[in-house]
Write a protein that binds this ligand. Sequence first.
Ligand SMILES: Cc1cc2nc3c(=O)[nH]c(=O)nc-3n(C[C@H](O)[C@H](O)[C@H](O)COP(=O)(O)OP(=O)(O)OC[C@H]3O[C@@H](n4cnc5c(N)ncnc54)[C@H](O)[C@@H]3O)c2cc1C
Length: 489
Amino acid sequence: MSKAIPTNGTVYWLDEAMAGIDEQACPPLAGHINADVCIVGGGYLGLWTAIEILERSPDTSVVLLEAEGCGFGASGRNGGWMTGWHDGLDAIIAEYGLDDALWLAERSAWAIDRVADFSKEYGIDCRLRRYGATKVAVTPVQVGKWKSAMQACRDHGRGDFYNEVGAEDVRRRTGSPLPLQGAVQTDGATIQPAMLARGLRRAALQLGAQIFEGTPMIGLDRGTPPQVQTMGGAVTANQVVLATGAWIAGLPELRRAVVPVGSSIVATEPLGDRLLGREFARGDAFGDQRLSVHYMQVTTDGRLIFGRGGGKIGRAGRIHPSLLHDAPAWSSIVEDLHRWFPDLADARITHAWTGPVDRAQSPLPFVGSFGDNGNIHYAGGFSGNGVGPAAYLGRVLGKVALGVDDEDARSPLTGGPRAYLPPEPFRYFGGTLVRASVEYVEEMQDNGHLLNGRINKTLRKLIGITTPRHLEPRLRKATSDKAKGTARV
Ligand SMILES: Cc1cc2nc3c(=O)[nH]c(=O)nc-3n(C[C@H](O)[C@H](O)[C@H](O)COP(=O)(O)OP(=O)(O)OC[C@H]3O[C@@H](n4cnc5c(N)ncnc54)[C@H](O)[C@@H]3O)c2cc1C
């Protein structure tokens, strides 16, 4: 058995990214300043938005406020999978229609190239490795979950993006006895997430962004012009962009559009020769087809990074401390790791951490605007797939903030959330019930019981009842009236 799991919650990626680098934190904002654009949030989305604006319009004054340090949120602590949207093409067609769906899937593939090209241009060593992303079935119930999306790819000339892989192949590649069969997204890649976030921060500074760290937005005046308030001052800007990841659920306008959900990861010590013969150690993204998905990659120094989604839920849009530090989840994830890799059960766990995911009901994230003149813009709802897509959403937000009128600025993702979740307390208690049911059913399935998850599906249907966008205007008006003027966020 492995020894004790560290309990301090140190994020391996951030530790590695900051080691040996003499990089000062940007000072907190002190005083009142003006800017063309004020971006709130220093994760991928906020940083890509700043980069987009400054590359396109170098004279624009861009201020970025980050509550902690850039990369503190999901961007510095994720699993490092970089994937597009072709694995959900069937659902995306159902939601957005064929033409828009194909266009959006193409943009998600573009985003992966954008990360690769930009990192090269700006010397960002984010350890990008492009060997695809493979999700395998580890129980009979999971076999073939990919069929419908794969068929949609084939039907629409995208067959190359999504292929089936046989049992022997996936077992050989991982050395795990579990995989039964799988599907690979061929344009998928892995990265070192915090090195990407910190690299984007350096690039944004180089391009002329003014970044203030340790500077949480504590109030937002939605008037004209809008004003972002902080502990030590305020920024009055023509345009405000809210890029606060799962924290965006704290905003009255979006409280019912996004629910924060924890996701936790453990990292082993470097495994050296024990990885020999496991082809995925070259840098494939690997995972399973569970709802509480297991995701993994092997780092360039040979550590196994092993995570699981579907953690605790943030009540009333708040990021509870357990969404950043969930020690009970870490122990159970280590048990899952041992089930996946029994021969690595004695490997030491050196790091364990948690982060908040901004889960929405629609298959893709959304972009929207509010405020007196519609000059406060936001994006969210990545639902655990934001590493690649944030580059595209940053492009959309950047263009929207600059007033560019083109197909990105008019993307089908604009217009705000596509569905609203039930109000509290139903959202929290309902969500917690579904989560417990998913956990129970998937654990039983993992242990060889042939539960088909019908109860689970029925519960999700009952509790996941959403209000579609077209039925929501009255509700949205009520929340935005409440939020008018200066409001705490
Ligand atoms: C554990 C985990 C694993 C994941 N794995 C993957 C994966 O493998 N592949 C993938 O594609 N996606 C993954 N995701 C999702 C992905 O990381 C996110 O979708 C992406 O990083 C979102 O970036 P963001 O900029 O929107 O949010 P964040 O990176 O969370 O950035 C938001 C920033 O806003 C700041 N902030 C919050 N409130 C305020 C405020 N009031 N004032 C100022 N600043 C504020 C926060 O400190 C934070 O730095 C994972 C997420 C988690 C948590």
